[in-house]
Design a protein around this ligand. Structure first.
Ligand SMILES: [Zn+2]
Length: 90
């Protein structure tokens, strides 16, 4: 499976692949090839779900994330302050 995530090694938003063999999940950044392992358990699955969930919000704030489509793509984001509550839509 693939997710978009902030790679702590190259400090870019990249496509991260997750492979699991039912005991270990291997996360690999397709840009810098940094990889790390986590136990494949409920907690890890919850983390992945929350990454995916928060990505929707983040993509609204940083439309550049839509440009991440293929393995090896990367986007460096400049942190922007959150819009002030009470402004914007509605
Ligand atoms: Zn990376």
């Amino acid at each position: 499976m693939q997710i978009k995530d902030l790679c702590t090694s190259c400090d870019c938003w990249t496509i991260t692949t997750i492979e699991n063999d039912s005991t270990t999940a291997t996360f690999t950044c397709t840009h810098c090839k940094n990889s790390f392992e986590m136990p494949w358990n409920t907690e890890t699955r919850t983390i992945i779900r929350s990454i995916r969930h928060s990505l929707k919000k983040r993509t609204k704030k940083y439309p550049e994330l839509q440009e991440l489509k293929f393995a090896g793509d990367f986007v460096k984001l400049e942190e922007r302050p959150d819009p002030k509550p009470g402004t914007g839509c509605k």
